[in-house]
Each structure stands twice: as structure tokens, then as C-alpha cells.
Design a protein around this ligand. Sequence first.
Ligand code: NAD
Ligand code: DAU
Length: 341
Amino acid sequence: MQNIMVTGGAGFIGSEFARSMVEKYPNYKIVVFDKLTYAGNLDNLLPISDNPNYAFVRGDITDHDAVERALTEHQIDTIVNFAAESHVDRSILNPDAFIQTDVVGVYVLLESARKLGVNRFHHVSTDEVYGSIPDGFFREGDPLEPNSPYAASKTGGEMMVRAYNVTYGMHTSVTRASNTFGPYQYPEKIAPFFITEALDDRPLPLYGDGMQVRDWLYVGDHCDAIDTVLHKGAPGSIYNIAGEHEMHNIDLTHFILQALDKPETLIRHVADRPGHDRRYALNNDKIREELGWSQKHTFEEAMAATVEWYKKNEWWWRKIKTGEYLEFYKAQYAERLETTE
Ligand code: NAD
Ligand code: DAU
């Protein structure tokens, strides 16, 4: 392993992975390949932009020619695929881009890799492929029952990865992780959205009763687990990555408001998300026992540090909250917030 193409590396988790891999492995070349959709942001890669073992290529993973050119030019031997449409609410408003990137794009990457003899392929997936679980924890062999167009498209992509392992013998691996939080997360996901809205004393639209449960994983731990699987995962393997910190959405909201010293009166209960998964929860035993990975951060210290990061880095998020962002915001919240105020 020497030349790694990190697809989707200008997004939230992919950029953390690129930043950490460039520092950790000076003998590897890290090539970020990213379309720069609304969620892709070169500011996320500024800390490594001058690094000699980093390169950026703007390209679309659904474009065979662009993918093959980048693989050839940079003599890539390993692909780590983060590229995706990643937001559930957007998949409900318009599923099309999700099928293109999360299913067709994964196929194009796999087929280009097969054609050019790139045999190591790691795919970043999600706990949402399992669907919702009222109690207990999903294990890697459990059936997949995705509920949103986003989750269904991620499941489709994963199945192509499986097929390329079984049919062509490609050394693939898949990780399915919990809700991830940290710096540089696009402010449409609940944590950065609520932090940045609360900083402006704006109402926080909490869906339904706010009693849905998510398991919170720090982005640094998520990327560390991917690095572990990349180096130690067996061909065709799948690993859950849990944060082992379940919370009701209402409690997460209280945590954020307290950290910012903002009043609870900012909370607005609004209409629920259609098909809203009630609870995600993963069993972490396989990655712990087989690969010796475990989280290095506690939720409390990592979320407090994340809140501080958004307080100190307005330059990063304020310019995002304009243009396309406001169109999505209006489609998603403006009316609902007016009727509940
Ligand atoms: P993100 O939306 O922040 O970033 C996605 C990146 O992919 C962006 O840089 C975007 O420009 C790029 N991209 C989108 N379509 C592309 C295309 N066709 N070609 C090339 N690049 C394209 O997403 P994220 O939150 O960082 O998630 C990264 C991966 O991790 C996704 O595959 C997601 O499904 C998975 N995941 C996310 C979470 C989470 O909580 N955020 C949890 C588990 C798994
Ligand atoms: O579980 C992993 C998944 O986590 C990833 O695969 C996805 O890419 C990522 O977007 C995330 O999906 P969720 O739907 O769980 O994340 P989101 O931040 O959109 O919502 C988290 C919870 O908060 C969910 O129960 C919906 C609720 N919510 C969200 C928003 C944006 C609200 O109540 N109000 C909001 O405004």
C-alpha cells in the first residue's frame, strides 16, 4: 500500500481521514478525488494543502474516464471510498443523486479498479443499512433493512462491493459506522446545525418527540477505525464501528445548549421526518476482538471540543450558510418553524 485515492475526501469524514493519513504516513501518497458538491469544501483540506504527499483531483465517481485517469496518473494501489450523498432529509426531498453517487458511483469505482488492477478497496458504509432496532444491537451478519432512500442507496453500493469480492476476488472491506460528529461537519446534520443555529439565537427544529436514539462516534475515532481495517481487515470483511454512546436527540440538544450557555426555549418541536428510524445501535465486538481497535475519545470531551471549534471557526461555517444552503433550509424548515412558533 503506497498510493491511496480517498474519494469524497473534501467532505466531513473523508477530509479528517486525509488530514490524519498525510501526517501519520509520510511515505504514502494521499490523493483526494472529489466532485466538490455542496458538501465538498477545499477549506477542509487547507491544513494539508502544501504537503508533498497530498494531491487533489476534482472529479465525479460516476465518470469512468475521470476515475481511470486519476488512478493511472497517480499509480493508485488502494481506494478508500467516502464519496456519497450523505444527508437523509435531502434523500427524502430528491433521491436521484443518491442512486447516482451511492450506487452507480460505487460500481464505477469498483469496475475501474478491476480494469486497472487496483486490488485494495475499502468502502465506508453506515449503520443505517440495518434499519431501526427497538432494543439490542446489530451485528455484522444481521439482515439489511434500510428505510430511507439514503440508506437504501448505501445498501445498494455495499452489495456491489460484496459482488466484486466474491466474483472477482478483489480485496474489499466495509465499515458500518454510527452517527459521527466533530469539526468540519456540514451544518445540515443535527450537531453542527444546532450548534450554529443556537450561536445565532435561532430556533432548533427537533423532529417529532425528540426521543429518537442515535449512537455518537467522534470523527477521529471513526477514521482511526477505518485505518485499522484498511491495514488489518481480511478480504471481504465487514466491521461495525460504534461510538458506544447512545443518546436521545432531546438530550443531545440539551448538551449543546448547555455547552453554549443558551436557553432551552430555543427548542421547537416540529413535524417528524417521514420514515424516521427510531434507534440505531451497533455491536462493536468484532473490530475490538479481531483487530484490537477501541475508541480513544469520550463523548463529553469530544463534543465539548467540537462545540468550541464551531464557536472559534465562524469563518468556516458562516460562508456555507448562504446560497444553496438557504434553499435547502427553506424547503426543509422555514414553513414548519413558522407554524410552530
Ligand atoms: P459529506 O456529505 O460531508 O461528504 C461527502 C463528500 O463526497 C463531499 O466532499 C462531496 O463533494 C463528495 N461527493 C459527493 N458525490 C460525489 C461524486 N459523485 N463524486 C465524487 N465526490 C462526491 O459526507 P460525510 O458525512 O463525510 O460521510 C462520508 C461517508 O461516510 C459517506 O459515505 C457516508 O455515507 C458515511 N457515513 C457518514 C456518517 C455520518 O454520521 N456523517 C456515519 C456513517 C457513515
Ligand atoms: O447513523 C449514521 C448516519 O448518521 C449517516 O450514515 C448519515 O450520513 C448521517 O447523516 C447521519 O444520519 P441521521 O439521519 O441520523 O443524521 P441527522 O443529523 O440528519 O439526524 C440525527 C437525528 O436528529 C435524527 O433522528 C433526526 C434528528 N434531527 C435532525 C435534524 C437535521 C432533528 O430532530 N432535527 C434536525 O433539524
